[in-house]
Design a binder for this molecule. Structure first.
Ligand code: MIC
Ligand code: SF4
Length: 643
C-alpha cells in the first residue's frame, strides 16, 4: 500500500498493538517537552515513579507560561523544574529564552522523530516533519521514563495545497480556512497531513503556524513533509546534520482529501468565541478595536515580526489602541534588534513584552471591559483573555499590525504590493539560556528545590464495581479546559497545588461548583459534545478528581482530555443516544452497577435512583485502559508495574 508520511513515522515507532484505525497503539517516543504550567505536575509524577534518569533521546523543560512573578509561587516552580531537570537528564530552557514550541522548532526538533509534549500545541514541530503530539503531563512523565505513549490509531486526512498565497494573505489564513471547513471537532481521531505543489511556497515558520493551530481542530497532530525548505531552515539553525528528506508515497491512500487553492484565500478572522467561527475580513467589516496582541506559539517567528515591523515603520499606533508584541524566542528577539525591526516597533508605540506566552494565557494584557481585541494567537474562548465580556478575534500578524495603526479591523491588502521579506541564511544561534543536565555521575548530588506551594499528586482510588453518584453539574457543548480549569495570572500560580487550584474548578460556568462538588461527593458531571476541548492541562481532570468527581457523562469527548480523565481514574462515559442528555439533570442521583463487566464490554447502564430512567453509555477501552482505571489511574498503574 502507498503510505502517507504520518503512517510511515507512526508505523516505525509502534511498539505495541497493530496499526488499524480506531485501535490503540503504543508508540516509542524519541523526545519530550514540558512547559512550566504543566511541568511541575509532570515532574512530580516522574519523581513519584522513582526513575533516576530520562530514557528518551532528548527531553527539554521550558519556562514560558508562568513568567509573571507576582508572588513566590512561579519563581519557586521555575527553580523546582530547573533542579529536577538537572538531576534527571533533562535540558532546561530558562525563562526569557522563549515559548516552548518556537524554541523546540529552532533548536531540538528533528524530522521523522516522535515528540510528545505536555502542551496541546506540541504539533508545531510538525512544521519540520516531526510527529509531534500534545499529551497530559502524566503521559509525558511515563514517556520520559521510557514507557510507550498510547494513542488511538488515527485516520489520515490529506490537505492538498495548490497555488501560492497572494500578497498580505498569510499562513494563518490557511489554517483558519481549514478550521472553517472542519470545525473545532472535525479533527478528532485524525492526523492532518499537508501535501501538494503549494507546500514548497511556504517557509518552515509558516508551516509551523498551520500545524500549531491544527490543535484547534481537535486533531491528534498535523504534519508537513520535510523538503529542501526544511533543510534550509535546519541549516540556518546550524543543524543541517539533523535533516532528512521525508514525504508521503506518490498516490498515498488517505481517509479523505481537502483541496485548498492558496491563491484563492483572503485575510480572515476567527470571531468570538471559537477558533472555528471564521469569516473573511471583508465580510466582518471595519469594526472598531481597542487592543492588538501579536505573538504566541502560533505567530511569533522572525518572518512574522519582520512583516509587522515593516507595516509599523515610521507610523504611530492608533490613539484608541493598545498594541503589545511578544517575539517567540530570544533568537527571534535578538535578530529583530539587529535588523532594526525592533526599533520600528518601539518607535511606533508598541509595548514590547518578554518572549513568553503572556497575554495568550491571560498572563497580563487583559482587554478593557467589553473590549475588542485582535490577537495572532490560536484560542479565543470566552474569558481566556481575563476579561469575560471582551470579544477576541484571531488574525494574522499582517491584519493585526495594519489594524493597530487604523484603529479598526483592516484588510492588509489595502497596503498595496508586499515587499519580499528575506530571511537570513544563517540565524543567530546562541544556546546560552539552555542548561545542560548534570552528568549521570554527578546527578546524585543535585538537590531538588521545592517551594511551599508545591504539593504532591492527589490520592486516587481504584474504580469500584458500583457507584452511586450525585449529578453535581450539567454543562453544554464544546466545554473547554479553560472552562473546567481556568488559567490567567491569578490561578496559574496554583498549578502545582491541586487542593488550592481545585477551588477554581468550573467557576466560569458556576462559582458554587467547587463547594457543591465536595458536599455532594462522590459525583458525576454531565456534558455535551466535544467535552474538554483545548488545552492538555491534566489539572482539568485532577481538580475534579480532588473534588470527588468519579465520572463524566457526555455526548462526546476531546482526545487529550479523555486520556487525562482515564489517567486520573475518572470514567469518561459517552451517551449512546445524544438525546438522553436532556433527561439527566443537575441534582439527580444516578447508579452505575456491574462496572467491572461494563469495563470489558464498553457498555454502561446508568439508572436514576428512582429507577425511572435508564440511559446507556459507551466507553470503549483497551485492556491497558481498563487496568489503569482498576488501578486508580496511570500513576498507580505505572508504579505497580515498575514494582
Ligand atoms: C494553552 O494554550 O491553553 C496552554 C496553556 O498552553 C495549555 C497548557 C496549559 O494549560 O498549561 C495547552 O495548550 O495545552
Ligand atoms: Fe503558550 Fe498560548 Fe502557545 Fe499555549 S497557545 S503554548 S499559552 S503561546
Amino acid at each position: 500500500m502507498k503510505l502517507p508520511l504520518a503512517r510511515k513515522i507512526l508505523d516505525s515507532h509502534i511498539v505495541d498493538g497493530t496499526p488499524e484505525t480506531g485501535r490503540e497503539v503504543g508508540l516509542r517516543i524519541d523526545q519530550t517537552l514540558t512547559q512550566d504550567a504543566t511541568g511541575t505536575m509532570a515532574y512530580l509524577e516522574f519523581e513519584a515513579m522513582g526513575i533516576p534518569r530520562v530514557k528518551t533521546e532528548r527531553s527539554v523543560a521550558y519556562i514560558d507560561h508562568n513568567t509573571l512573578q507576582s508572588g513566590f509561587e512561579n519563581a519557586d516552580d521555575h527553580r523546582f523544574i530547573g533542579s529536577t531537570a538537572k538531576k534527571h537528564g533533562i535540558w532546561f530552557s530558562r525563562p526569557g529564552n522563549g515559548i516552548c514550541h518556537q524554541v523546540h522548532l529552532e533548536r531540538f526538533g528533528i524530522p521523522g522523530k516522535t515528540l510528545i509534549g505536555s502542551d496541546s500545541h506540541t504539533p508545531t514541530a510538525g512544521g519540520i516533519g516531526m510527529l509531534a503530539i500534545g499529551a497530559g503531563g502524566l503521559d509525558v512523565a511515563v514517556a520520559m521514563g521510557g514507557g510507550s505513549y498510547y494513542i488511538t490509531y488515527p485516520e489520515i486526512v490529506n490537505v492538498r495545497l495548490t497555488g501560492k498565497l497572494n500578497d498580505w494573505v498569510a499562513a494563518k489564513d490557511v489554517i483558519l480556512e481549514v478550521l472553517r471547513i472542519l470545525s473545532v471537532k472535525g479533527g478528532v481521531g485524525k492526523i492532518i497531513e499537508y501535501s501538494g505543489e503549494g507546500v514548497s511556497s511556504l517557509s518552515v515558520p509558516e508551516r509551523a503556524t498551520i500545524t500549531n493551530m491544527g490543535a484547534e481542530l481537535g486533531a491528534t497532530t498535523s504534519i508537513f513533509p520535510s523538503d529542501e525548505v526544511t533543510r534550509a531552515f535546519m541549516k540556518a539553525e546550524g543543524r543541517e546534520c539533523d535533516w532528512i528528506p521525508l514525504s508521503a508515497d506518490e498516490d498515498a491512500v488517505y481517509s479523505s482529501v481537502i483541496d485548498i487553492d492558496l491563491s484563492a484565500l483572503e485575510p480572515m478572522a476567527a470571531c468570538p468565541h471559537s477558533p472555528d467561527n471564521v469569516k473573511k475580513i471583508s465580510e466582518i467589516g471595519n469594526i472598531k478595536i481597542d487592543q492588538v496582541c501579536i505573538g504566541s506559539c502560533t505567530n511569533s517567528s522572525l518572518l512574522d515580526m519582520m512583516k509587522v515591523a515593516y507595516i509599523l515603520k515610521g507610523k504611530t499606533v492608533h490613539p484608541d489602541v493598545s498594541l503589545s508584541i511578544a517575539p517567540g524566542s530570544k533568537q527571534v528577539l535578538g535578530m529583530m534588534s539587529k535588523n532594526g525591526s525592533l526599533t520600528s516597533m518601539i518607535e511606533s508605540g508598541a509595548r514590547i513584552l518578554e518572549s513568553a506566552c503572556g497575554p495568550c494565557i491571560g498572563m497580563g494584557q487583559s482587554p478593557n471591559s467589553g473590549g475588542v481585541s485582535l490577537r495572532t494567537f490560536n484560542r479565543n474562548f470566552e474569558g481566556r483573555s481575563g476579561t469575560k465580556d471582551a470579544g477576541i478575534y484571531l488574525v494574522s500578524p499582517e491584519v493585526a499590525a495594519a489594524s493597530a495603526l487604523n484603529g479598526y479591523l483592516t484588510d492588509p491588502r489595502e497596503l498595496g504590493k508586499m515587499p519580499e521579506f528575506k530571511i537570513p541564511e544563517l540565524f543567530d544561534v546562541n544556546d546560552n539560556m539552555i542548561e545542560k543536565p548534570a552528568d549521570e555521575k554527578d546527578a546524585g548530588s543535585v538537590k531538588i528545590l521545592k517551594g511551599p506551594n508545591i504539593k504532591s499528586y492527589p490520592d486516587t482510588t481504584p474504580v469500584p464495581d458500583s457507584l452511586k453518584l450525585n449529578v453535581s453539574l450539567k454543562v453544554g457543548d464544546n466545554i473547554t479546559t479553560d472552562h473546567i480549569m481556568p488559567a490567567g495570572a491569578k490561578i496559574l500560580p496554583l498549578r502545582s497545588n491541586i487542593p488550592a487550584i481545585s477551588k477554581h474548578c468550573f467557576i466560569a460556568c458556576d462559582p458554587d461548583f467547587p463547594e457543591r462538588a465536595v458536599r455532594e461527593a462522590p459525583s458525576v458531571i454531565v456534558g455535551g459534545v466535544n467535552y474538554g476541548q483545548g488545552s492538555s492541562r491534566e489539572h482539568a481532570a485532577l481538580a475534579p478528581l480532588y473534588l470527588g468527581v468519579k465520572a463524566v457523562i457526555a455526548k462526546s469527548f476531546a482526545r487529550i482530555h479523555r486520556a487525562n480523565l482515564i489517567n486520573a481514574g475518572i470514567l469518561p462515559l459517552e451517551l449512546e443516544n445524544e438525546s438522553d442528555y436532556d433527561i439527566l439533570n443537575q441534582g439527580d442521583v444516578v447508579i452505575i452497577n456491574n462496572i467491572y463487566d461494563s469495563l470489558k464490554s464498553g457498555e454502561f447502564k446508568i439508572t436514576t435512583e428512582t429507577g425511572k430512567i435508564t440511559v446507556m453509555a459507551k466507553c470503549p477501552l483497551s485492556e491497558r485502559m481498563r487496568d489503569i482505571l482498576k488501578a486508580g489511574g496511570l500513576l498507580a498503574y505505572t508504579k505497580s508495574r515498575l514494582n
